[in-house]
Design a protein around this ligand. Structure first.
Ligand code: ADP
Ligand code: ZN
Length: 758
C-alpha cells in the first residue's frame, strides 16, 4: 500500500499544509510526485483538486492510524503536471509572495488541466430585456462596468463570459454584483463542435512573408554568444545592452539554438505586445515544432496542448510572455528575458510576482545562465552590471549594414507657440510631414497620455509643478473629502491647493492641465491634411480583441499615411515606409509622479525614435518639448544610454532610491472614503510604532499615507504607504507582520516589495 502527501489548490492559510491520503489500488503506480488529483476533504468530503508532492510506502508512515486515512478519489491528468524543478519553486514563492501554496500551484498549472476535452463555457445574458433597459434608463447604475455590460448584452445577445469581461473591461466581482441584482443570468454549457472550431479559428496564424534571414554573427554578436555559451551549466546573469537594431535577437536565437543542439531547453520571454502573428510565424519558421509559442490568442485548448508538448519534452524552446517563466520545460539550460525593462514583466494581479525574481530562482535551481537584454535597461540592472554582479555584454552598432540611426531634432515648443503653430504640431515637423507625403512615405505621431491631464504645467514656461522636497511632479487630485482641487506629491504626501501653486522656474502663478489626448490630435490632423488618412491607436480604439493587430496591419499595408498613438505604437514594430516620427510633449512623459519616470521616459523616447527609418531612407525624428534643455532629451536624442545612466544613478543615490534602498508599498483599498480614512489612520499608527521599534540597521523609513496615483478605481478608494528599507527581504518581514495583525476582511491590503520595479 502506498500513501501520498498532497497540497490543496484551493487552500486558505489554515489548510495550507501537506495532507496524507491513501492511494487506491487502481491508481497504484499512476500517481507520482507532481500528479494532479481529486481528494475528498473536510467533514463534507467535498472533492478538492490537489498536487501530489510525495509518494511513499504506507509502512513508513508513523504517528497515526493508516486505516483512518481517506483515499485519493481520482487522477486528473495522466502525466504529472509539475516536474521537480517546478516543485522546488513552491515554497520560496509562497514565502516571498505572501500567498498560499495553492496560489502558487494555480499560477503554474494551466486552469484547463483536468477539464480539457470537455469544452465548456459560461454564457451571460440579460435576465429580461425590459428590466435591463429600465435599469439603464433609471440612471441609478453607478458603475460604468455595469452599464457597459448591459448595453453590450442588449446589443449583441448572449455572450461568452470571458469575452464580455474583456470587451467591457469589467471584473468578475462586477459581473457577480449584476447577477445579484438579478439583471443578468449566467449559464454554463458544453460548446457545440462548430463553436469549438470557431474559437480555434480566430487564433490561426496568418502566414507571414517577413521571414527572418539567418545571419552570420558579427564580431560583437559573436563575443556575446561565446560568453553565454561558455557559461552554460553555470548560474550566471548576463546583461545584453545594445541599441535597437544591433542584433540582440539574433544573439538570443543563436544561443537558444546551441542549447537545443546540446539537448537542453530554453525559456525565452518577450513582452506580450511583441507576440504578434508575425513574430509567432518567424519563430515557427526558425525552430519548427521544437518551439512552443504561448500568446494571448490561443484558446484554452491550444494553450493546454502547447503546455503538454513542453512538459513531455517535445517542445524545447518556449517563447512567451511573463507567465511562461513557469513553463514545465524538461531540462532548463538557458533563460532569456528580452526587453528586460518592460513593465509587463510584473504581474498586476495577486499574487504579484516579478518575472525577474522567478527567473533568478529558476536559474539557481537549474544552474543555468540568464540573459537580460535591452536597449534601455533598468537603471538597477545596469548598476548590477557596473558592479560586476552581472556580466555586461555590449552591442554598439546596428547590425544591418545599411541601417543608420535616425536624425533627431529637439524642437522648442515655446518658440513654436510664439510663431503661431500652436502647441501640437511644430513648423519643422509639418515641413517634414509634407515632404514625406510628397514621396508617399508614412508618418507616426506619438503622444503619451500617461501623466498628462493629471499634471499642471505653467502657462508661461511649461514647467510642471514640482514637490519642493522630492523633485517629482505633483499630481492633480479630486476628492469629495478634500475641499477644492489639490496637488499632491505621491512620493512624500506633501500637498497644496492648486491656487497656491507657483512655478519654480519663472514664478508664474497661472497653470493649465498638461497636454491633449490622441483623439483631439486626430481631429486636428484631419483638418490640416484632409487628403491623408489617419489611424489612431490607443486604449479606446483597441478595446475589441484583435483590434490592435488590425490597426497595425492596416498601417503596414499603407492603408493610412499617419498613425497616431500612445506608447503602444512605440514598441518594436517595423514599418519600412515610416520616415518621420514626431514625439509630442516629450518632456511631459518624464512628468509622472514616481521615481522611475525618467527611466521610462528615456526608454519611450528612444523606442519611439527607433521607429523612424527602418527602411532604406534615413529617418527624421522630432522631439517637441516645452523644456528643450532637459538633459534627458539630449541623451535620448543621441541614444546615449550611458550618459543617461550616469546622471540618473547619481540622483538615485542622493535620494536613497533603488538600487541603493528597497522601496515597498502597502495599499489599503475600501469602497467607502470615510471608512478608508479611519482605517488608514489605524494602520498608519501601527506602522509608525512597529517600524520605530526595529533595528536601525534595517534602515526603515515610512512615508505617507498618500492617495494612490489612481485614487478611485472600480468603485474603491485607495491609500498608499511607502516604506524604504536597506533590503527587500526586510520589507517582506514587515508585510508578513501586518498580515498577521490585520484582518484582511476589514483591512483589504495589498503589498508590493518592489514598488515601481519590473
Ligand atoms: P535588436 O533585437 O537588437 O533590435 P535584431 O536582432 O532585430 O536587433 O536585428 C536588427 C536587424 O539586423 C534585423 O533585420 C536583422 O535581420 C539584422 N541583423 C542581425 N544580425 C545581423 C548580422 N550579423 N548581419 C547582418 N544583419 C543582421
Ligand atoms: Zn514630495
Amino acid at each position: 500500500m502506498n500513501v501520498c502527501k498532497v497540497l490543496l489548490r484551493e487552500c486558505v492559510r489554515q489548510t495550507d499544509k501537506a495532507y496524507t491520503y491513501m492511494i487506491p489500488e487502481d491508481l497504484e503506480g499512476k500517481i507520482t510526485e507532481g500528479s494532479y488529483v481529486k481528494v475528498p476533504f473536510g467533514f463534507g468530503n467535498r472533492k478538492q483538486t490537489a498536487l501530489v508532492t510525495a509518494v511513499s510506502d504506507s509502512s513508513r508512515v508513523t504517528g497515526f492510524d493508516i486505516s483512518k486515512l481517506k483515499k485519493v478519489d481520482s487522477l486528473l491528468d495522466l502525466y504529472p503536471v509539475m516536474n521537480k524543478d517546478q516543485m522546488a519553486l513552491i515554497e520560496p514563492l509562497r514565502s516571498r509572495l505572501l500567498c498560499t501554496s495553492g496560489d502558487v500551484i494555480s499560477m503554474m498549472v494551466p486552469s484547463a488541466v483536468g477539464t480539457v476535452g470537455k469544452a465548456k463555457a459560461s454564457f451571460v445574458d440579460v435576465a429580461s430585456k425590459e428590466d435591463a433597459e429600465a435599469a439603464l434608463d433609471s440612471g441609478k447604475l453607478r458603475s460604468m462596468a455595469h452599464i457597459s455590460m448591459l448595453e453590450y448584452l442588449l446589443a449583441n445577445g448572449p455572450t461568452e463570459r470571458k469575452k464580455l469581461l474583456s470587451i467591457t473591461k469589467a471584473s468578475d466581482a462586477q459581473l457577480r454584483s449584476l447577477r445579484e441584482k438579478e439583471l443578468i443570468t449566467v449559464t454554463t454549457r458544453l460548446l457545440s463542435r462548430e463553436e469549438v472550431s470557431a474559437e480555434e479559428k480566430i487564433t490561426e496564424e496568418e502566414s507571414s512573408d517577413s521571414f527572418r534571414v539567418i545571419h552570420d554573427l558579427n564580431d560583437e554578436q559573436q563575443r556575446a554568444f561565446n560568453s553565454v555559451t561558455e557559461s552554460l551549466g553555470k548560474p550566471e546573469v548576463f546583461l545584453l545592452h545594445g541599441i535597437t537594431g544591433s542584433g540582440k535577437t539574433e544573439v538570443y536565437l543563436k544561443c537558444a539554438g546551441e542549447v537545443i543542439e546540446r539537448g537542453g531547453c530554453v525559456i525565452y520571454l518577450v513582452p506580450e505586445i511583441s507576440l504578434t502573428p508575425q513574430t509567432v510565424s518567424w519563430i515557427r519558421g526558425r525552430f519548427g515544432d521544437t518551439a512552443a509559442v504561448m500568446h494571448s490568442r490561443l484558446s484554452d485548448r491550444q494553450r493546454y496542448d502547447e503546455w503538454d508538448r513542453i512538459r513531455r519534452g517535445d517542445a524545447r524552446i518556449v517563447v512567451g510572455p511573463r507567465s511562461s517563466i513557469f513553463a514545465p520545460v524538461k531540462d532548463l539550460q538557458l533563460i532569456i528575458i528580452d526587453e528586460e525593462h518592460d513593465s509587463s514583466y510584473k504581474s498586476e494581479s495577486f499574487p504579484k510576482y516579478s518575472t525577474r525574481d522567478i527567473a533568478f530562482l529558476r536559474m539557481r535551481i537549474n544552474s543555468c545562465p540568464l540573459i537580460l537584454g535591452s536597449a534601455t535597461p533598468l537603471v538597477s540592472s545596469y548598476y548590477s552590471a557596473a558592479n560586476g554582479q552581472y556580466k555586461l555584454l555590449k552591442l554598439n552598432k546596428r547590425a544591418a549594414h545599411d541601417a543608420v540611426l535616425p536624425e533627431v531634432t529637439i524642437v522648442d515648443m515655446k518658440e513654436q507657440v510664439k510663431e503661431g503653430y500652436g502647441d501640437l504640431l511644430s513648423g519643422p515637423l509639418r515641413v517634414a510631414m509634407a515632404k514625406a507625403f510628397s514621396k508617399d512615405q508614412q508618418v507616426m505621431l506619438f503622444l503619451n497620455r500617461r501623466g498628462y491631464s493629471r499634471t499642471l504645467v505653467c502657462n508661461t514656461c511649461g514647467e510642471p509643478v514640482y514637490c519642493p522636497s522630492c523633485s517629482v511632479a505633483m499630481t492633480l487630485h479630486n476628492s469629495t473629502r478634500i475641499e477644492g482641487r489639490r496637488l499632491i506629491c505621491h512620493y512624500c504626501g506633501f500637498t497644496i491647493p492648486c491656487s497656491e501653486a507657483s512655478c519654480r522656474e519663472c514664478n508664474g502663478t497661472k497653470f493649465k492641465r498638461a497636454g491633449v489626448g490622441t483623439q483631439q490630435l486626430e481631429e486636428m490632423l484631419k483638418e490640416l491634411y484632409p487628403d491623408r488618412k489617419v489611424l489612431r491607436m490607443d486604449q479606446d480604439t483597441t478595446m475589441l480583441p484583435g483590434a490592435h493587430e488590425s490597426i497595425l496591419s492596416a498601417f503596414r499595408e499603407h492603408e493610412a499615411d499617419i498613425l497616431v498613438g500612445t506608447q503602444m505604437i512605440a514598441k518594436g514594430h517595423d514599418f519600412p515606409s515610416v520616415t518621420v516620427v514626431g514625439v509630442l510633449g516629450a518632456d511631459l512623459i518624464a512628468t509622472s509622479s514616481d521615481y522611475k519616470a525618467s527611466e521610462r521616459a528615456f526608454e519611450l523616447i528612444t523606442q519611439a525614435a527607433g521607429r523612424a527609418g527602418r527602411g532604406r531612407e534615413r529617418g527624421q525624428v522630432y522631439l517637441q518639448s516645452l523644456r528643450p534643455d532637459n538633459p534627458l532629451l539630449m541623451y535620448a536624442a543621441k541614444q546615449d544610454y550611458d550618459a543617461f545612466y550616469e546622471s540618473e544613478i547619481k540622483y538615485r543615490e542622493v535620494m536613497c532610491l533603488p538600487p541603493f534602498k528597497a522601496v515597498g508599498e502597502i495599499v489599503l483599498s475600501l469602497p467607502d472614503e470615510d471608512m478608508l480614512a479611519t482605517r488608514t489612520s489605524d494602520l498608519g499608527k501601527y506602522l509608525k510604532d512597529f517600524l520605530s521599534y526595529q533595528d536601525k540597521a534595517l534602515g526603515f523609513e515610512l512615508y505617507g499615507p498618500v492617495p494612490a496615483p489612481i485614487y478611485e478605481l472600480r468603485g474603491r478608494y485607495r491609500n498608499v504607504f511607502m516604506i524604504k528599507s536597506s533590503r527587500r527581504s526586510y520589507l517582506n518581514g514587515v508585510f508578513r507582520q501586518v498580515m498577521e495583525d490585520f484582518d484582511p476582511n476589514i483591512y483589504p491590503i495589498s503589498f508590493d516589495n518592489d514598488a515601481g520595479g519590473s
